[in-house]
Design a protein around this ligand. Sequence first.
Ligand SMILES: Nc1ncnc2c1ncn2[C@@H]1O[C@H](COP(=O)(O)OP(=O)(O)O)[C@@H](O)[C@H]1O
Ligand SMILES: [Mg+2]
Length: 256
Amino acid sequence: MSTDADAKDPVLTQLEELGLITEVLAEIKSGKEATVYLAENDDGLLALKIYRDVAARSFKNTGDYGVGLASTSDAVSKAIAKRGSKGAAALQDLWVASEYMVLWQLWQAGLNVPEPLIGPEAFDYVQTSPAVLMRFIGDEDRPAPRLSDIRLTPEEAQVAWQQALEGMARLLKLGLVHGDYSTYNLLWWEGSVMMIDFPQVSDQTNPHFQSLLKRDAESLAQSFKRLGIREDAESTLREVQRLARTLPDKPRLTLP
Ligand SMILES: Nc1ncnc2c1ncn2[C@@H]1O[C@H](COP(=O)(O)OP(=O)(O)O)[C@@H](O)[C@H]1O
Ligand SMILES: [Mg+2]
């Protein structure tokens, strides 16, 4: 965790002015898609995920992921199709809105995800774009590590694997697929697996739903190899489907 928050992102200033955060404490992780900061307000610690360079990322990915976007308003689709700056900004808002929306639905359904801190009304969360504000997973000393970054005992690895399968099954029961499900998007904190990173979640109206599900099972199994779990994609998917059938029925969710 770097503590150099001096070269301040204007988005951080905007969030301070809105009174949503009082201080940025550290940068947790900076990727090519987003930078995640640890911040503070009167209620405690929070994580801020600020999207950047969204244009570069999503224009490349419109293959499978673009399908979710196709269902949004015509004006937005057209702007995106033109790939101009308006398209980029619209798309950025869309990723943020989509992440908040999924976070709210999963949080309300009781899944292990960080609590979203703005919303659930879109009216409230659009004002924080391009940032997503959620509960920070970790403590004063460190953020929760990703399962991709740590070593676990064989017993812990088994617990983490079972929870990861259950998380995917619970998503499936709601009619959703994560779309980027692997140890890179699973945090490990106090013996629990916490799922993160939702802008590419799809519902069953996505014609690629089944292949996304297969791909998630494959990346999950593949990424758990490092932790000593030996399962192939097919048995992983079967186990997720089996677990989903044992869960109490829930109404299927559809994403706008
Ligand atoms: N709520 C959170 N609490 C603690 N750390 C987080 C939280 N959300 C994200 N992170 C950290 O930030 C990293 C990037 O977040 P993620 O949502 O996966 O974005 P992306 O992969 O698109 O950059 C995660 O791997 C994790 O280390
Ligand atoms: Mg991620």
